[in-house]
Design a protein around this ligand. Structure first.
Ligand SMILES: *[C@@H]1O[C@H](CO)[C@@H](O)[C@H](O)[C@H]1NC(C)=O
Ligand SMILES: *[C@@H]1O[C@H](CO)[C@@H](O)[C@H](O)[C@H]1NC(C)=O
Ligand SMILES: *[C@@H]1O[C@H](CO)[C@@H](O)[C@H](O)[C@H]1NC(C)=O
Length: 506
């Protein structure tokens, strides 16, 4: 009963500025079988920018996992430096802070931390009297330090055995400061600077609050951020598909490995019931894979590193796909399963990704002869045609491409008109070429009617929306287009691109 629609249909984003469009025929959708979808971002996989208030109750909230800090000795007026970026000694002799002087936090609790160098080693100290080095490959108690802060950015750093670190006159960092330091310019006082604090995902929230408080915060968020009223709203506005990002820990519900908090499985079950009630289809999107496939908060990276490519992580990921496919394959609301969101081109080689995609495809097929299997382009420097050539699977295979005029300084340098022209000159030919290529169907799984221009007019902004709809939806389908987009931080907007005739806020 497969209907043949190779036309663009469009969809819109909710809560995370992500919008998708599908060029594939859809079995089981009513009417013309066009998919108009919305991403339910920031719900079962957190993205702090979508709902920053979730993080506000965390003590020492500027010192979460992945935060980068530097330390300057107030006595020597020099920065603490991991020589070579790690793997050897520590010196307190640098005049400025760069990568070797920057340490990434692993948070133990609100006052205890481990410090990771750019090369991945941890600061370590065997106990009282030690000289600190950056040589530990993993972190436990010898790599754990207590931080005491005062109000003007000064800190004392103590080992687990209680000794205070000090910067010595010969530029070492040693655990032998005599007694308890004050906040004057002594050798055990450092000025700590937060160099970067970009990661606000599930790892940071759960580890930041600790288990019971995190559970409380997440239970509230998961039961209120999306509910059946949203599905009713989407249905009423012509949306017939949702793409639901999930994290790998869903397969271990209700007690996933620490610090992740169970409960997303019940939410996903609810989503499927609401979807069924409102004639909406679901795409389950594995957004966060074990170890992180892109180092970003939305893949639940602990500290910005990408650890997904190990064989252990990959088999665990296949287990998750098997879990999801077996649980939902026969649910009438399932449309497809996306095997992995946005793997990094720089860190995930094609010869690792493609075999994973092939195995994932087979696993979904084992449970369902027809569910769409969606494979996402690599983000960064990669051409999506690579997935067309990869021979991943023969039936109902879909390649997902994400289009943003955001997150890339290139677009900031373009005028509003050039931003619009970019859609026609660069994206449209790509869409046409891929649509014409043999093999997988094409899917714009994320896009948004948002740009990063400072002085565009409202009509230019509407033209920008219209251009995207034309290219994504296809010029042959230029009727009654409407867009949903996120009004930053959690409200839903609905905007008719032609006249801005309708707007819905909540
Ligand atoms: C942090 O954890 C250590 C044990 O590892 C404990 O002794 C300390 O009291 C904890 N601190 C806070 C503020 O919870
Ligand atoms: C928008 O541009 C500014 C200035 O270049 C940049 O700092 C910011 O990160 C950009 N925002 C997005 C969402 O790309
Ligand atoms: C917007 O600002 C840029 C420079 O910041 C300028 O080149 C451009 O002409 C402006 N566009 C409009 C429509 O005012």
């Amino acid at each position: 009963m497969e209907l043949v629609f190779s036309k663009w249909v469009f969809a819109f984003s909710l809560f995370c500025c992500l919008i998708f469009s599908v060029a594939f025929s859809v079995e089981g959708l009513d009417e013309d079988s066009k998919v108009r979808g919305v991403n339910l971002g920031g719900w079962l996989v957190l993205e702090g920018w979508i709902k920053p208030s979730l993080f506000e109750g965390i003590p020492n909230a500027d010192m979460l996992d992945g935060t980068q800090v530097s330390f300057k000795s107030v006595k020597l007026q020099k920065y603490v430096c991991a020589e070579n970026g790690g793997g050897m000694g520590i010196s307190v002799n640098r005049d400025s802070e760069s990568s070797w002087e920057t340490f990434t936090l692993w948070r133990v609790n609100e006052s205890e931390f481990q410090f990771r160098t750019t090369q991945g080693q941890f600061l370590t100290c065997y106990g009282n009297g030690c000289t600190v080095s950056a040589t530990a490959k993993s972190a436990s108690s010898m790599e754990t330090f207590q931080i005491e802060r005062n109000d003007d950015g000064r800190v004392h750093i103590q080992t687990k055995s209680g000794a205070y670190l000090q910067a010595t006159v010969d530029s070492q960092l040693t655990a032998d400061y005599p007694g308890k330091p004050g906040w004057d310019d002594n050798a055990a006082t450092f000025k700590m600077s937060i160099v970067a604090n970009n990661l606000h995902g599930d790892y940071q929230l759960a580890n930041g609050y600790g288990y019971s408080k995190a559970k409380e915060v997440l239970e509230r968020h998961r039961s209120t951020f999306i509910n059946s009223a949203d599905f009713e709203f989407l249905h009423r506005n012509g949306i017939n598909t949702v793409r639901i990002p999930v994290g790998w820990w869903i397969a271990y519900d209700p007690n996933p490995p620490a610090p992740f908090i169970g409960g997303t499985l019940a939410s996903l079950d609810n989503a499927f019931s609401w979807a069924q009630a409102y004639k909406i289809k679901c795409i389950i999107d594995l957004h966060a894979a074990p170890g992180s496939q892109n180092g970003m908060e939305h893949s639940a990276s602990r500290d910005g590193t990408i650890g997904w490519t190990t064989s252990e992580s990959i088999s665990q990921t296949l287990h998750v796909i098997n879990f999801l496919a077996s649980r939902y394959a026969n649910h009438p609301a399932l449309l497809g399963i996306e095997l992995l969101n946005e793997p990094s081109a720089a860190s995930v080689p094609l010869d690792i990704l493609v075999p994973y995609y092939k195995q994932g495809y087979e696993i979904v097929r084992k449970h369902s002869p027809s569910a769409y299997v969606i494979v996402c382009q690599r983000i960064g420097n990669a051409d999506p045609i690579e997935l067309y050539k990869a021979d991943i699977g023969s039936h109902n295979l879909v390649v997902d491409l994400h289009y943003y005029n955001l997150f890339d300084p290139y677009f900031v340098t373009l005028s509003p008109i050039d931003n619009i022209q970019f859609i026609y000159k660069s994206r449209e030919p790509q869409v046409q070429a891929l649509n014409a290529a043999d093999g997988p169907l094409l899917f714009i799984g994320e896009w948004v009617n948002e740009w990063n221009v400072t002085n565009g007019t409202q009509s230019e902004y509407q033209d920008f929306g219209r251009a995207q709809l034309e290219v994504i939806h296809g010029r042959t389908f230029s009727t009654a287009q409407c867009g949903f987009y996120l009004h930053r931080y959690g409200s839903i907007g609905v905007e008719y691109c032609d006249d801005d005739i309708a707007r819905h806020q909540r």
